[in-house]
Design a binder for this molecule. Structure first.
Ligand code: ADP
Length: 287
């Protein structure tokens, strides 16, 4: 009897213990599930982020490949055109001597020559665009470079009534490919001149920041439309009837080749301002 009385209460205690254990196991299980879910979510977010990053990189790579193909075609066409232009230039000068006494023929020749000059400029743009070379980095003092640019622009500045101001600290220098940098600044300046046919001001300034040298080239023209601001650096984007749309893409490439960047914005008072940033280089990079 006694045994019979004890048996049920023992098993109840055992059941209670088992119930408590089960509850603990379930709580632990629940906790583990929650943690797993959180890890899963975090992993899912990370995979999402990495996939987005990969897609952007793939698009960038595809764009670079397309540009490289385009560069090859451009270079081929430009060389062909240039080779054929050489004899044409020669025959033109022969003709000019022969018809020197005939004003009508001279006027016709002038027209041919001006078309020829703009074709030559297009070919130059194409060759510059296609010239995919690594920059030859050297120390380039900025003042003499800008002075040289200013004097080659002087006739056009005077003809259009444009005042140019330069603010560059005396000793400021950059580590850069001189020719590439000169062409980049020239391209920006020539666009500014195009934007101010009736005169204006061209302001060029440079300053040193802790991590880079920053050049700003600003004009008092009409500035860029929203669309032009977005697409200005795309190859072949132009709003000019005789433009090639390659000038700023060359500037973009130059900035990229120097590890820097170039941006454009309209100034509050009107006119465009281009900012070219060339980061400082350390000794290893220069070697
Ligand atoms: P292009 O001069 O042959 O048109 P670019 O690549 O040099 O080619 O310039 C692309 C376009 O950017 C120009 O056609 C023009 O619309 C715009 N742009 C560039 N610079 C200026 C500027 N200073 N003011 C206004 N628009 C500009």
């Amino acid at each position: 009897m006694i045994l019979e009385e004890h048996a049920p209460s023992d098993s109840a205690a055992a059941m209670l213990d088992a119930g408590a254990d089960l509850e603990a196991v379930l709580a632990a299980w629940h906790g583990a599930t929650l943690r797993l879910e959180q890890t899963h979510e975090a992993l899912r977010a990370e995979v999402h982020r990495l996939s987005d990053e990969l897609e952007i990189k793939n698009r960038e790579l595809a764009r670079k490949n397309r540009l490289a193909d385009l560069g090859q075609v451009a270079s081929h066409v430009a060389h062909e055109v240039r080779n054929n232009l050489v004899p044409v230039a020669l025959y033109l000068s022969v003709l000019r001597r022969r018809v020197a006494q005939d004003p009508t023929s001279v006027a016709a020749l002038d027209k041919i020559e001006s078309g020829f000059t703009s074709l030559d400029a297009t070919v130059n743009d194409l060759l510059n665009f296609a010239a995919e070379r690594d920059p030859l980095i050297a120390r380039v003092p900025l003042r003499p470079l800008i002075a040289d640019l200013q004097s080659s622009l002087a006739p056009q500045l005077a003809a259009q009534g444009i005042e140019m101001s330069v603010r560059v600290p005396q000793q400021l220098a950059v580590w850069a490919d001189r020719d590439m940098l000169r062409r980049a600044i020239l391209n920006i300046a020539l666009n500014a001149l195009d934007a101010m046919p009736g005169g204006g001001r061209l302001d060029l300034s440079a300053r040193e920041q802790p991590d880079a040298v920053v050049l700003e080239i600003a004009d008092t023209g009409p500035g860029l439309s929203d669309d032009a601001q977005r697409r200005a650096f795309e190859p072949f984007f132009t709003t000019k009837s005789t433009g090639t749309g390659l000038g700023l893409s060359i500037v973009y490439r130059t900035a990229e080749a120097h590890g820097g960047d170039v941006t454009v914005a309209n100034q509050p008072a009107g006119g465009a301002c281009f900012t070219l940033r060339l980061p400082h280089r350390n000794a290893e990079e220069i070697e």
